[in-house]
Ligand binder design. Structure first.
Ligand code: GLU
Length: 451
């Protein structure tokens, strides 16, 4: 059977770093296993689901390089869910309940006070047909619960190892609301069966649901898929990453200058036995990926770590990958300039500053007397052309002899006068890009400006 996984977001908001991680883990697994990755939009909640969110999810995934083999919406499959629900009703596995929210809350309270777990008491199962009829005539519309079997559900979780849940600790879950709409559970299981899902990889907030879902797979005569529940990312206070954290949205991280490979690399390695590191080729990342390497403990999300990873990715990015992306940002340069500039970048957009330093104007720095003498000497001893990567060394050796300055006192004023900055790419590589004409003009400007 072809390995088939699905990412199943509800289109009720945009993707953020937390939920996109689930998508990435599924996608990497499919890539590694040569399997299929499906995108399922869980849009049965008509009030909260929006088509614009569905589109945004598709676009965010596409930008990350994640193209599903197939995309489908639960809202298009309602008749299939009805059909299966009817079957479960006929078999007595889906039964009508008439309690109001208030009545249920009172029952829970009473159970807790009596020292019992707040599990639904199945009172509705004991209703006679007459009692049911009377309730319906009085205007009560039923919701429908799945009758859980007795016993314990066990599974071998690819991340968590052996998990077991005693079904007696759970209430029979409501599968259909009084208004006839489906809760997530039944459609999810039906889809997983119909689409031949072999592995369900999702956050560990779903562990309890899994027991119910396995019982449903069995009730429907299907073999449950394998499960892998990864720990969730948490914020710096240990709380859940909220959907509303705008700056962690994929679209915002993109705007802030992160490359798609950075996000995929981060999601594929954080909270796992692999160190967080950048991958330019997703096949290589998929190669080292394994569900068993995912950690069971929640991992703290650190935005700074993400930007540091972006920097590492750019430092390793080959020219043929970088130039088209730079061009899209309106930045034209050749491979040589890219190689000189890239060790200083945290985001591609920052290349604009370095291009301006190479080609544009700089602010002449203020100089001390000692520095002025040095710059004057530099101007009077411009190295012969053509300038290449040995020029800087020759030039500074001469200046060292002439002025007696060395180390920082020699290099820093030159760097500042030539680039307007205290830090930056290696001067030996930058100097030929600036060229003799601009270099001389900048030295002159530094002298004039300092009076
Ligand atoms: N729509 C569910 C969620 O976003 C899907 C969970 C699952 O993967 O089964 O939590």
């Amino acid at each position: 059977m072809t390995t088939t996984v699905r990412f199943a977001p509800s289109p009720t908001g945009r993707l953020h770093i937390g939920n996109v991680r689930t998508a990435v883990l599924n996608w990497l697994f499919a890539l590694k296993e040569n399997g299929r990755f499906l995108l399922r939009l869980d849009d049965t909640d008509q009030l909260r689901s929006r088509e614009e969110y569905a589109q945004a999810i598709i676009e965010d995934l596409a930008w990350l390089g994640i193209q599903p083999h197939e995309t489908f919406r639960q809202s298009a499959r309602l008749s299939r869910y009805e059909e299966v629900a009817e079957r479960l009703k006929r078999e007595g596995l889906l039964y009508p309940c008439y309690e109001t929210e208030r009545e249920l809350a009172l029952k829970r309270k009473a159970a807790l006070m009596a020292g019992r777990p707040p599990v639904y008491d199945r009172a509705a199962l004991k209703l006679t047909p007459e009692a049911r009829k009377a309730l319906e005539e009085a205007g009560r519309v039923p919701h429908w619960r799945f009758r859980l079997p007795e016993g314990t559900i066990r599974w071998q979780d690819a991340v968590r190892g052996e998990v077991e849940i005693d079904l007696a600790t759970l209430s029979d879950p409501v599968l259909i609301r009084a208004d006839g709409s489906f809760l997530y559970t039944l459609p999810s299981v039906i889809d997983d069966i119909d689409y031949g899902i072999t592995h369900i990889i999702r956050g560990d907030d779903h562990v309890t649901n899994t027991a119910v879902q396995i019982a449903l797979f069995q009730a429907l005569g299907a073999t449950p898929p394998r499960f892998a529940h990864h720990a969730l990312l948490v914020d710096k206070d240990g709380g859940p990453l909220s959907k509303r954290l705008g700056s962690l949205g994929i679209a915002d991280l993109r705007k802030q200058g992160l490359e798609p490979e950075t996000i995929v690399s981060y999601c594929g390695t954080v909270a796992s036995a692999e160190p967080v590191r950048p991958f330019l080729d997703m096949k290589e990342l998929a190669e080292i990926f394994a569900l068993e390497k995912l950690s069971r403990a929640p991992a703290r999300f650190d935005e700074e770590e993400l930007f540091a990873l972006n920097a590492r990715l750019l430092h390793a990015m080959p020219c043929e990958m970088a130039l088209p992306r730079l061009k899209a940002l309106g930045l034209e340069m050749d491979c040589h300039a890219w190689e000189v500039i890239r060790p200083n970048l945290r985001t591609l957009a920052e290349a604009a500053d370095w291009l301006a330093i190479i080609r544009g104007e700089i602010e002449p720095p203020a100089l001390t007397e000692e520095e002025k003498n040095l710059i004057e000497s530099a101007l009077n001893n411009l190295p012969p052309e053509p300038w290449d990567e040995t020029t800087w060394k020759t030039w500074t050796s001469t200046l060292k002899q002439l002025t007696g300055l060395k180390g920082r006192r020699l290099f820093m004023p030159l760097r500042r006068a030539l680039t307007g900055r205290e830090h930056g790419p290696e001067m030996s590589r930058l100097l030929p890009l600036i060229g003799p004409e601009k270099a001389a003009a900048r030295l002159r400007a530094a002298l004039t400006d300092s009076g």
